[in-house]
Design a protein around this ligand. Structure first.
Ligand code: ADP
Ligand code: MG
Ligand code: MG
Length: 251
């Protein structure tokens, strides 16, 4: 699904190398988790994959289902099936949440050569999915994320994902700022989308999210590289011993 080879990334504005040779091979149908200390480059990796400005790829490649994505515009990457749930969801004053979702869904359908959903069809689908995530009608009418609590913003990211049905879903610390009940809702939302044709990259600090979203593979990132990969037991090791043990072992 997603193949990342020797990815090196620096900041455009500064001479600062952030990713220093990331290699990841994410198969269709799998859930991969990335854990790692603050500042190790996890968000940078997700930003670079989704096409955010300000980063320069100096070496390496990333391809989605065989197509090189690093030269594509963000909307082209989305049309190709990539989705990023932000660590810090953006507020968009003046744009209604419902309008935003409908525009995004229809743009995606158009890119795939499918007909637009009628207003009635769209409403039916969005209401059902919002209900699953306990997002009430009022939150659908308000401007995107404006005045939403931290947990509401994260649930709204999952609603976007559920509506867009992307192939490659990247979740950047979607669990941070969630209480236990909200984390369960978010996990249920993710698990409902698990499918043999869909891949998840779940970035998290905490094992507890991985109790709900069971990963197939866990990677540890430190200083711009994947330093260790393993099964779910690797997340437990981090939970019990912190990163220090793994960092020392690898060094
Ligand atoms: P993580 O998500 O693993 O906590 P980040 O990808 O956010 O790490 O950051 C990796 C490193 O790159 C950090 O040292 C961070 O300060 C730096 N960094 C990332 N983006 C920028 C930026 N736009 N300007 C300055 N420093 C940045
Ligand atoms: Mg961080
Ligand atoms: Mg981050």
């Amino acid at each position: 699904m997603l193949e990342i080879k020797d990815l090196h990334v620096k900041l455009e504005e500064e001479d600062k190398q952030i990713l220093k040779g990331v290699n990841l091979s994410l198969e269709a149908g799998k859930v991969h988790a990335i854990m790692g200390p603050n500042g190790s480059g996890k968000s940078t990796l997700s930003y670079v994959l989704s096409g955010k400005d300000g980063y320069e790829v100096t070496q390496g490649s990333a391809s989605l289902q065989g197509e090189d994505i690093l030269d594509l515009e963000p909307e082209e990457r989305a049309a190709a099936g990539l989705f990023l749930a932000f660590q810090y969801p953006v507020e968009i004053p003046g744009v209604g949440n419902m309008t935003f979702l409908r525009t995004a869904v229809n743009a995606q359908r158009k890119a795939r050569g499918e007909d637009e959903l009628s207003a009635a069809e769209f409403l039916k689908v969005v209401r059902a999915k919002a209900k699953d995530l306990k997002i009430d009608a009022d939150m659908l009418k308000r401007p995107v994320n404006v005045g939403f609590s931290g947990g509401e913003k994260k649930r709204n990211e999952i609603l976007q994902m559920a509506m867009l049905e992307p192939k490659m879903c990247i979740l950047d610390e979607t669990d941070s700022g969630l209480d236990v009940d909200a984390m369960k809702l978010v996990s249920q939302g993710v698990n409902a989308l698990r499918d043999e044709g869909r891949t998840f990259l779940v970035i998290t600090h905490y094992q507890r999210l991985l109790d709900h979203i069971k990963p197939d593979v866990v990677h540890i990132m430190a200083d711009g590289k994947i330093i260790k990969s393993g099964g779910p037991e690797l997340a437990l090791e981090v939970e019990n011993n912190g990163y220090a043990g793994i960092l020392a072992e690898v060094a």
